[in-house]
Write a protein that binds this ligand. Structure first.
Ligand SMILES: NC(=O)c1ccc[n+]([C@@H]2O[C@H](COP(=O)([O-])OP(=O)(O)OC[C@H]3O[C@@H](n4cnc5c(N)ncnc54)[C@H](OP(=O)(O)O)[C@@H]3O)[C@@H](O)[C@H]2O)c1
Length: 246
């Protein structure tokens, strides 16, 4: 797919990997729209990048996802690249936390349900474009779960399965399905974890942009590629590596 001249919507574009993707794709001459949950943060980022447009939206609410799709249909009818990137992550210790169930729904809604809803709502628009792609930011933890993030890992595994199945359904169309599988990356999502071994979000974005141009279906930057290779040979070793991460 061409890496310039696209019209792109990036959810979770106000921070971390999404913001790095927005900067990298904007620098390549694409029109960029982002979403974020925090309106003040969104306003500040749009102030720094006046050529971008933005939508403050809480993806936990299914009706907000539909409202976003309606706005995109009128504001960006030429949309040809949708990057479902927004995500959140909670640690769970089910033996110690009797209220853990309260945090399950937000994780499932934002990480799994919202990208599916947004994709289906924007599918007719994306199918109109001569060349289009829909991207899902999943996680290496979707393939090799870490015990402290069970719901996050399950939501990302589910999203990865959805991407694979959707890709088969769309195989004879102009719309490609891609998956970005970042390794542990230095972003606010995991700021509480030590910085050792984390990938820089700009490097993740650079690998994504280069893979977009080479029509790769799955992009595994840095250690995500190594972990995937290890997992194919020894799932047990891959799980040990993940559990040893701080
Ligand atoms: N960092 C890693 O190590 C890593 C590894 C693998 C995969 N990933 C995935 O990469 C994606 C980006 O994560 P990141 O590390 O860049 O995290 P981040 O810096 O925390 O950014 C998350 C983005 O998602 C938005 N968001 C969160 N909850 C939302 C909600 N309820 N409604 C709307 N927007 C919401 C945030 O908006 P606000 O800032 O306004 O809240 C922010 O723009 C996620 O899908 C994550 O699972 C991250």
């Amino acid at each position: 797919m061409k890496i310039t001249g696209n019209t792109i919507l990036i959810t979770g574009g106000t921070s971390g990997i999404g913001l790095a993707l927005a900067r990298a794709l904007s620098a390549k001459g694409n029109r960029v729209a982002i979403t974020g949950r925090d309106p003040d943060k969104l306003k500040r980022i749009l102030g720094e990048n006046p050529e971008w447009i933005g939508y403050a939206i809480d993806l936990i609410r299914p009706e907000s996802v539909l409202e976003l799709a309606t706005s995109i249909q009128s504001d960006l009818p030429e949309l040809n690249l949708l990057i479902n990137n927004a995500g959140l992550q909670f640690e769970h210790s089910f033996l110690e936390d009797s209220q853990a169930l309260n945090r399950v729904q937000p994780e499932c809604r934002v990480n799994l349900e919202a990208p599916i809803r947004l994709t289906l709502a924007l599918l007719p628009l994306l199918l109109q474009s001569p060349e289009a792609a829909v991207v899902y930011t999943t996680s290496a933890l979707g393939e090799v779960p870490k015990s402290s993030f069970p719901v996050y890992a399950a939501s990302k595994a589910g999203l990865s399965a959805f991407a694979t199945a959707l890709g088969v359904q769309l195989k004879d169309t102009n719309l490609r399905v891609m998956e970005l599988v970042p390794p542990l990356t230095e972003t606010p999502l995991n700021a509480h974890r030590p910085a050792r071994g984390k990938m820089n979000p700009d490097q993740v974005a650079a690998e994504f942009v280069s893979s977009l141009g080479r029509n790769r279906r799955i992009v595994r930057p840095g250690k995500a590629r190594i972990l995937h290779a290890i997992h194919r040979v020894s799932p047990r070793l891959a799980r040990r590596i993940i559990e040893a991460q701080p």
